[in-house]
Design a protein around this ligand. Structure first.
Ligand SMILES: [Zn+2]
Length: 248
């Protein structure tokens, strides 16, 4: 059911080759450097938004790149090259680190001068829900920085001990006070420059209730034609919602 994998920091787009009902394995193909358009090999969905039967529309310009807001989503920032932030102290023992390329590796690493362990840095995973209800999509207006006052799907950082779907459900509760059932993965997006990868799940409300949580000013259902594409918090949300408009 995964509809798209997209790399926001480069030019690779991936789409599922077969409709969801036709294949049990996930098969993807890269479509080279072309931006998404009607001619892209997007497989039209057979179900999840079946209420929306409109003709597939152009995505328009979707080659978004990471925004300052995204790079500061957790209050930190990373270098423009996508390289790791400088780590000055060992995450294991607190000792001072030196920066060197270890034997057998190719990248500069932070190596502890005391215990000699390497402090690796890995991308962070952001998980969220694309919630359909009454032919509309639920969005939250952010009550926190970055991007205060702008709209987003309920989403946030996956925490240790959670599955991706559990994290998306938790974030939805925190931001929209909505209890949801995850139906399937919808899209996976990478922003390697800032070390983030997104998984957005298609979900539905268990009960037709939602209200803004502490991190939201407002929660509202938007029709596909009325999505606030000019007032979205992150480029990842722009891409995801343009994908929604194009597919459905
Ligand atoms: Zn150490």
């Amino acid at each position: 059911m995964l509809k798209a994998i997209q790399n926001l920091g480069s030019v690779a787009y991936y789409y599922r080759l077969k409709p969801p009902h036709a294949a049990k394995t996930n098969a993807f193909v890269s479509t080279s450097a072309k931006p998404l358009s009607c001619s892209s090999p997007i497989t039209r969905p057979t179900n999840p938004f079946m209420f929306l039967t409109r003709k597939t529309r152009s995505l328009g310009p979707v080659r978004a790149h990471s925004t300052p807001s995204e790079s500061k989503m957790d209050g930190t920032s990373s270098s423009s090259s996508g390289s790791a932030r400088k780590i000055n102290f060992c995450q294991w023992c607190g000792g001072q680190t030196k920066h060197d390329i270890p034997d057998g590796e190719e990248k500069m690493r932070a190596i502890c001068t005391l215990c000699e362990k390497i402090s690796y840095q890995n991308p962070k995973m952001v998980v969220g829900c694309l919630i359909e209800h009454d032919n509309k999509v639920l969005l939250c207006k952010r009550n926190i920085q970055p991007s205060h006052g702008l709209w987003t799907l309920p989403a946030g950082y996956l925490e240790i001990g959670e599955s991706a779907a559990e994290g998306a459900i938790r974030e939805t509760w925190e931001e929209a006070r909505a209890q949801v059932e995850v139906m399937s993965p919808f899209a996976q997006l990478d922003i390697p420059r800032i070390g983030q990868t997104y998984i957005i799940f298609l979900a539905k409300l268990k009960k037709p209730h939602f209200s803004p949580g502490p991190e939201s000013l407002e929660c509202r259902l938007f029709s596909i034609d009325d999505l606030p594409l000019d007032s979205l918090a992150f480029s990842s949300m722009v891409v995801t919602l343009k994908l929604v408009r194009a597919l459905f």
